[in-house]
Design a protein around this ligand. Structure first.
Ligand code: PLP
Length: 449
């Protein structure tokens, strides 16, 4: 059922007149109205269907409109819509217990937020109060959110307009073998050199001044960078050696995206703080949080935690998280995500790389993948320059337009397209999407030199 023509016009005119959109030049955008969605698909206001290879902003991990989540939210709304954080509440207690159950090591307390940026803000605050130190080491290739502290520890260009931002942030290069900052020959050398660089950075900063190292377990919008073997364990060891808090940002990589509850589970590394959001309840109601180790939680046993949010642990959000974790368990979502990446997405994308010279590298795990597009495989010259906009970004815009024309909603960033559909996507749906990517890559192959 599509909406009527006058209603359709109204959505667009009211949007253009009154909605101020994120990260956009307001006069240059024309946001497409989404009318409904189900599973791995959504429909625009003209009834056109798109297979979602973006999961919106990589958050709809269990797909759209899962009936168990819709029912949980509806039931909770009928019972109790809102409750301040100073009270106890059944939805919040259960969500916290379930998240503690699936978190690694002794991380068993949860501070709830409304999303990922606030989760990182609070993780940084906890680390600073716990250590009594101020500095934070953060990666260049990272995104941690758009609030003051979270954008200050972000490394990518989204931070530029907010600089100088918060003091005491020092950046380092994380591993990225395809475009190594360390001239490494392979993944192993990349991991070892990245660790040596991190240690050097720490030493010259004065480890006794450093509260935390923050990193995305698998770097998300900056390229789906899967850490080389041993890298995360090396960061853990550095943190242990110098009494530094290890914060892993699993806002994107957590809750099934990488085929585990948390991506760190792939490497059996236990951080001190994990931040989460997105996939915890697939964004059905805004929710994020920090999972906290016992040692850090104990810092606040007898002194007040200096932070809070009116909607921390909102019952509608927590009820949907409880339902979501139930869905993960009962429907075997983690197993499905692992197998989908291993047996379908990985092989299909590698086949695309064999057919299209412009695919420089395929990388990923679980349901978090990227194709890096180049003009030349030997020089690895990116299809579009770093941070390109306007005419310079045209080849990627053409690629995205070809995907949409074919009924696929892609996730493109700089010279990459990420393949991040819902974790519940079927192998047939993946193949349907890959066929569209295949045709769209013909368009960008024309730029190959
Ligand atoms: N951290 C990571 C790794 C993210 O990918 C994002 C959002 O994309 C955030 C933090 C910020 O989350 P939010 O937009 O919910 O504040």
């Amino acid at each position: 059922m599509t909406i009527t023509a006058p209603e359709r016009t109204r959505v667009r005119t009211d949007d253009r007149a009154h909605v101020f959109h994120s990260w956009s030049a307001q006069a240059q955008i024309d946001p497409m109205p989404i009318e409904r969605a189900e599973g791995s698909y959504f429909w625009d206001d003209e009834g056109r269907r798109y297979l979602d290879f973006s999961s919106q902003l990589v958050n709809v991990n269990i797909g759209y409109q899962h009936p168990r989540l819709v029912a949980a939210i509806t039931e909770q709304a009928a019972k109790l819509c809102t409750v301040a954080p100073g009270f106890a509440n059944d939805a919040r207690s259960e969500a916290a217990r379930l998240i503690a159950e699936v978190a690694p090591g002794d991380l068993d307390k949860v501070f709830f937020t409304n999303g990922g940026a606030e989760a990182n803000e609070n993780a940084l605050r906890m680390a600073r109060v716990h250590t009594g130190r101020h500095k934070v080491l953060a990666a260049y290739r990272s995104y941690h959110g758009a609030t003051a502290g979270a954008i200050a520890v972000t490394g990518d260009p989204r931070r530029w307009a907010s600089e100088p931002g918060v003091s005491g942030v020092v950046r380092y290069w994380g591993p990225y073998a395809y475009r190594s900052a360390f001239h490494a020959a392979d993944e192993h050398e990349e991991g070892a050199r990245a660790l040596a660089h991190l240690r050097d950075t720490l030493v010259v900063e004065g480890p006794h001044t450093v509260a935390a190292i923050i990193l995305e377990t698998v770097v998300g919008t900056n390229g789906v960078l899967v850490p080389p073997p041993g890298y995360l364990a090396g960061v853990r060891a550095l943190c242990d050696e110098f009494g530094i808090v290890m914060i892993v940002d699993e806002v994107m990589s957590g809750f099934g995206r990488c085929g585990e509850w948390f991506a760190v589970d792939h490497w059996d590394v236990v951080p001190d703080l994990i931040t989460f959001a997105k996939g915890v309840n697939s964004g059905y109601v805004p929710l994020g949080g920090v999972v906290i180790s016992r040692a850090i939680a104990a810092t606040f046993d007898d002194r007040p935690y200096p932070g809070g949010l009116t909607y921390s642990g909102h019952p509608l959000a927590c009820a949907s998280a409880v339902a979501s974790i139930g869905v993960f368990r009962d429907e075997g979502i983690l197993e499905h995500a692992r197998a989908l990446g291993r047996d379908v997405i990985g092989p299909e994308l590698r086949a695309l790389a064999r057919r299209h010279p412009s695919v420089g590298e395929v990388r990923g795990l679980g349901v978090m993948w990227a194709l890096e597009l180049v003009r030349d495989r030997k020089t690895r010259e990116p299809l579009v320059p770093f941070n390109a906009t306007g005419a310079a970004a045209a080849p990627m815009a053409e690629f995205a337009a070809a995907c949409k024309q074919g009924g696929l909603w892609p996730f493109t960033h700089f010279n990459r397209t990420h393949v991040v559909p819902p974790c519940t996507t079927t192998p047939e749906e993946v193949r349907e999407g890959v066929a569209v990517l295949d045709a769209a890559l013909d368009v960008v192959d024309r730029y190959y030199t």
